[in-house]
Design a protein around this ligand. Sequence first.
Ligand SMILES: [Zn+2]
Length: 485
Amino acid sequence: MGDKEQLRKQLEDQIAATELRLGQLKQELADLDAQQPTSHTNTESAIGSTEWPLLQDEYRRYGRQMIVEQIGLAGQLKLRNSAVLIVGAGGLGCPAALYLAGAGVGRLGIVDGDEVESSNLHRQVLHRTKNTGKYKVDSAIQYLQELNPHPTYIPFRTQLSSQNAPEIFADFDIILDCTDNPATRYLISDTAVILGKPIVSASALRTEGQLMILNYPPRPPGDKSGGPCYRCVFPKPPPADSVTSCADGGIIGPVVGMMGVMQTLETIRVITMVIEEGVASVNKSGNSRIVPSLHLFSAYSMPPFRSIRLRPRRQNCSACGTEPSISIETLRNGSMDYVQFCGSLNPVSDLTPDERLSAADYKSKLDTPSSDDKGVLLDVRERVQYDICALPDSISVPISEVLRSSSGSSEVTIEKSPEWLPMNIIDLSSTTPIHVICRQGNDSQVVVKKLKQLGLDQGGKRFIGDIKGGLDAWRRDVDPQFPDY
Ligand SMILES: [Zn+2]
């Protein structure tokens, strides 16, 4: 009976989603009827539609891809009848949208609540300098409309939430996860599983990228023939403090660009698959089936590509397993808190107020004539960031070296001290203050604690503390000319 109940629940969810979509379609039709036919495409379709399935411009525009055996006219029509949703209009979403629009998908939705910043422009190829400050979805759609006016572009100027995700997803056939944080990845996966939609998920950081097709084929929860979901691959989220963003870790534009383009390619493969006897393949001989895999790219490794076959669905998966605890109801009523599940990303504050100096207070310390107070300044950003810009007289001590050091918490001596520790601060009789700075004021706290563990503060006789808010605060409160990289 459990199975029957579950199937019942699944069907109810699908009916709810379909009813929602039906309402939207009726509204669209009413809106269309209210408009006068003005655009040239309407005129053209009125003349040409009875004889040929595509418009003249579409034959010309898509000819090069239609003559490829794996696409053909049938594939082109499938693309035109498809609705694809891109969550995230950033480094992955921009190239993905660019090629999907170019390929002629029928409806392309983009979800993003952020605005364009100039630090996005080196990789988020749909945004242009003149659109800085505009919503990313508007900036992206402006570009896409100029590229190809045929698809319908649907902007969602909002962050995805468990409350709005079911409604937004209901309209689309396939979901592209182009986000950059674990909480949203779980939310996308759960919603897509409940609504029975495949996901093409990608991520990229520094020089590396990952790509997966999830929930494909998109069978109901409990059906072992369906593809694994994000929770099957990552049942537990990574510790919040281990998650590095592109802002902190950096990213090379073409790396994330390539992952976004690969997402489009996988999406086109899914849309144009021929389904025979329940098995999807790209052609009738059954070649090139989509096998759930994790594709790994590493720009500075040889070979740069590797693929690992994913395990099937986990039977105990809370989204796609035999007894799922996640449903459309748990999404809508917010009982599944994704941010809490993945841990908070708020700035840490591990130090007491008297172990922290504001950027302005540190500056006035530097400006005081009594030079003893100035102490030393350790900059714990990675060396590559230090080389871009640093404060005068600061000493580079990269946090990665501090964390890698195994010399534990035993007290330091002149003979035995960690390699990363600069010689001039090892003097245990010195009371010269030690200041620690990083980019935003998180890593600096970690290093202050470490220095204290090593006994360098002589039980409180020597000041060791960090600059609150790091170099960002320095730029904001002391020196606006300090580079904002
Ligand atoms: Zn699962």
